[in-house]
Ligand binder design. Structure first.
Ligand SMILES: [Zn+2]
Ligand SMILES: [Zn+2]
Length: 369
């Protein structure tokens, strides 16, 4: 079978022949890959950045945002049968820490986890992939066209779920728990794939959403935001730190830009008792940021939380599938525009190297649906 293979630390990526995976244990599932999404992580890997080959090997099959058709299952598999659809999660626990021992490798303490397609384990950019049933998340047939968004949606789902949990617990005497986000003012900074998926989640939970980016107002991403009832602010014309003087009390900020300076500026716009979720990963090494006393004073006096969030647990993948189904129910036309580029696997270089301003999600097609 064909697979897209990278020599980590270099820009060498090619289409190679690999042996087709077989069922070698009763709890294994083989997926015939339909699509694999491309994100900043893949592009970073393909430009010589962060990526590790499996132990004792030079090459890594890339790709972590998989979706496909269940082709074959081992004897003990109960969750799915051939003909069902699903995705595999990305991270595999270190096997030692309390988080990983409790199926929460997304919270691993040691950092010794592996990640399929990223760190020490082959990924999913191939015609077939195999893994254990415990890492398989079923996707209903009604949303097969959105299945490839499950992994990025799981990242947004985790971050917002954590924020909700924290706010519900500390504000429990003040407001109703279940509807904490109802009518709240939220800002999504950076309306790429993760930011826009977060905007969908926030809208589905009843929040007002203002998206901040630097693209033209009439381009695709702001349009999509507006079609789900959000508002758009062009960051070229408004200072991030002054957003609150324009919008009033901001209860939640979801950051998905990875621009360190902007990440810090946004803290200043956060309202009283607000929560600020950071998901963007700035490039480069740790820098000395100019965190002034005023900023620290603000965080204390306004009861604020800064929350970093990465990866997702199995439960968040299930939440993601549910949220995609809800988005399909409520905004079927809009969510369908999310996959902007479908590129055949033979043309994978285009998927990895070309970047159009209207791009939201680029997917590599391995089989037609
Ligand atoms: Zn990704
Ligand atoms: Zn661990």
């Amino acid at each position: 079978m064909k697979a897209i293979v990278l020599i980590p630390g270099t820009t060498t990526v090619c289409l190679n022949d690999r042996t087709e995976p077989q069922i070698s244990a009763d709890d294994e599932v083989i997926i015939k890959v339909w699509q694999v999404g491309i994100c900043g992580t893949d592009r970073e890997e393909a430009s010589g950045g962060r990526a590790t080959a499996p132990a004792n090997r030079q090459e890594l099959i890339i790709g972590h945002e998989v979706f496909g058709l269940v082709e074959k299952v081992g004897k003990a598999v109960k969750k799915v049968r051939p003909g069902d659809f699903g995705v595999f999660t990305v991270r595999r626990g270190c096997g030692n820490c309390l988080a990983c021992l409790n199926d929460r490798s997304d919270m691993c303490y040691t950092g010794n986890y592996t990640e399929r397609g990223i760190k020490g384990a082959d990924g999913f950019q191939a015609e077939y992939v195999v893994d254990q049933e415990q890492y398989l998340v079923k996707v209903p047939e009604t949303i097969t066209h959105l299945g490839v968004l499950t992994e990025p949606m799981s990242v947004a789902a985790k971050a917002i779920d954590e924020a909700l949990g924290l706010q519900k617990s500390r504000l429990r005497d003040i407001m109703e728990q279940e509807s904490w986000l109802q009518g709240k003012k939220t800002v999504v900074a950076g309306i790429g794939a993760i930011g826009l998926l977060a905007a969908f989640v926030l809208r589905l939970k009843g929040a007002d959403v203002v998206g901040l980016d630097i693209v033209e107002e009439d381009s695709l991403r702001p349009q999509i935001l507006k079609q789900i009832g959000g508002k758009y602010i062009n960051g070229k014309h408004v200072k991030a730190a002054d957003l609150d003087s324009r919008l009033g009390q901001i209860d939640l900020i979801f950051e998905a830009t990875g621009i360190a300076e902007l990440q810090v500026q946004l803290i200043q716009a956060l309202g009283i008792n607000g929560i600020y979720i950071l998901t963007g990963i700035p490039e480069g090494t740790r820098q000395l940021l100019n965190l002034t006393g005023d900023l620290m004073k603000q965080i204390v006096l306004k009861n604020q939380i800064l929350l970093g969030s990465v990866n997702a647990s199995y439960a968040h993948y299930e939440m993601a599938v549910d949220l995609l189904a809800q988005a399909h129910e409520k905004y079927p036309e809009v969510i369908s525009r999310f996959i902007t580029d479908r590129i055949p696997f033979s043309d994978f270089q285009t998927a990895l190297r070309k970047h159009s301003p209207d791009e939201i999600k680029v997917v590599v097609e391995w089989a037609k649906n």
